[in-house]
Ligand binder design. Structure first.
Ligand code: UD1
Length: 418
């Protein structure tokens, strides 16, 4: 199994280009099921999750062509004739559940394996299902599967108990073909939802307000061919911002929108990192003495849970006491024991972690327990004394395109062992 080895202590320098957002591309690929024409996604990140969701679409007879040389995914959904995607593929990737909305909208039926729990929490799908039911779908759950059927979906007012990203996206996609008007209130406001709505609108949908807490969708009958370039990955950008701070370096991050990074910029600035905006680039200077801080993860525009592990790594190396409170996922501190193996001083109490910064982290073998945990351990390795070996790196490959190559480009001593 692949692992990444980092020799810590080298400062970083230079530029790094950020890839397109995994969390935009996955729902966008799912949304392509709605179109009878050809959908082209440009500048798509070549990630394990993108390959898996493409295989999910292939398993229901869509044609999906991944052009790795040009970073394009080309999808033709006119051939879809199966309504039950391959169960083993669905289990590999929770985001596979996002095909449910487009399937029930276009074909009035879908049967899909329940996604189950994962390392970071139980992650139920009740809000997705309540939304489909509110649009008139019959939902049946049993024998490890969920089935949705509808002769016709009808627009409705839907209030989400929690602004779930996936539920907002799935219900929005289902409503694009529902008769009349749907309003989703307490919708998630993540930029990736706005990107998905822009994609759907280019295809012919009528969606207003995506990216705010109230989304209005008027149903349409047909979707056409479309070409789209997804937004950049704000979590990858945040990860490189932390890489700069943890190595006390100055680097430039290319191709980002400052607006989406506000919660991360605010917290790093509070710590003493100097961040300058230069058009769509950011210059991150982490060379000053940094201060401990408190962080609470929240739905967007709050601090993203997907940056919590990376910040824990950084705060472990900053003198003083910091507190992180995780409010989104109930079991997202799996990285803490691994960081403790590297010398970090972290105490977990329920949803809070108290971090006492240590003078130095020390390299050893650690295990990536999930995607962001793995990235955070690589960051710790950049700052640690000696060699850090991060195993189970397949988690990281799900969401970071060539992370070791990008860090090497910035001067890190890092390599992958096969
Ligand atoms: C998406 C992101 C993931 C990110 C998360 C939160 C993608 C592909 N993944 O995941 O990277 O960490 O948002 O920003 O975009 N919940 C329910 N019932 C539901 C749905 C969700 O209780 O029906 C709960 C979840 O258990 C969790 C919280 O809502 O505690 C947030 O989950 P959600 O926003 O749905 O995350 P995902 O869409 O799965």
């Amino acid at each position: 199994m692949d692992k990444i080895v980092v020799k810590g202590g080298k400062p970083l320098t230079g530029d790094v280009k950020i890839s397109s957002a995994k969390n935009s591309v996955l729902p966008i690929i799912a949304a392509s099921i709605l179109s009878n024409g050809k959908c082209i996604i440009e500048n798509a990140p070549m990630l394990e999750d993108v390959f898996v969701i493409s295989d999910v679409l292939r398993s229901i007879s869509a044609d999906v062509n991944i052009d790795r040389d040009n970073n394009r995914v080309i999808i033709e959904s006119s051939n879809i004739c199966d309504f039950e995607p391959c169960c083993d593929l669905v289990k590999k990737l929770r985001a596979s559940f996002l095909i449910m909305g487009p399937m029930v909208a276009r074909f009035g039926r879908v049967r899909i394996s329940l996604p189950g729990g994962c390392n970071i929490g139980t992650r139920p799908i009740d809000l997705h299902l309540k939304g489909f039911a509110a649009l008139g779908a019959d939902i049946n759950v049993g024998y490890g599967y969920v089935e949705a059927k509808a002769n016709e979906l009808i627009g409705n007012n839907i209030y989400l108990d929690f602004p779930s990203v996936g539920a907002t996206e799935n219900i929005m996609m289902a409503a694009t073909m529902a008769k009349g008007e749907t309003i989703i209130e307490n919708a998630a406001e993540e930029p990736e939802i706005e990107d998905l709505a822009n994609y759907l609108n280019k295809m012919g949908a009528n969606i207003k307000g995506a990216g705010t807490g109230k989304i209005k969708i008027v149903g349409v009958k047909e979707f056409k061919s479309v070409t789209h370039r997804p937004i950049y990955d704000r979590i990858e950008a945040g990860t490189f911002m932390v890489a700069s701070a943890i190595t006390k370096s100055k680097i430039k991050i290319l191709g980002v929108d400052e607006e989406h990074l506000k919660p991360i910029i605010a917290k790093l600035t509070e710590m003493g990192v100097i961040i300058e905006v230069d058009n769509d680039n950011l210059v991150i200077d982490g060379r000053r003495e940094l201060k401990p801080i408190d962080i609470k993860t929240m739905p967007y525009p709050g601090f993203p849970t997907d940056m919590q592990a990376q910040m824990m790594g950084l705060l472990s190396s900053i003198k003083g006491t910091s507190v992180i409170t995780e409010t989104i996922f109930e079991n997202r501190f799996m990285h803490a024991p691994e960081m403790k193996r590297m010398g970090a001083n972290i105490k977990i109490d329920g949803r809070s972690a108290v971090i006492e910064g240590v003078n130095k982290l020390t390299g050893c073998e650690v295990k990536a327990t999930d995607l962001r945990a793995g990235a955070a351990l690589i960051l710790c390795g950049l700052a640690a004394e000696g060699n850090t070996e991060v195993t189970d790196i397949y988690h990281v490959d799900r969401g970071y395109m060539g992370i070791e190559k990008k860090l090497k480009g910035l001067g890190a001593e890092i390599y992958r062992c096969f």
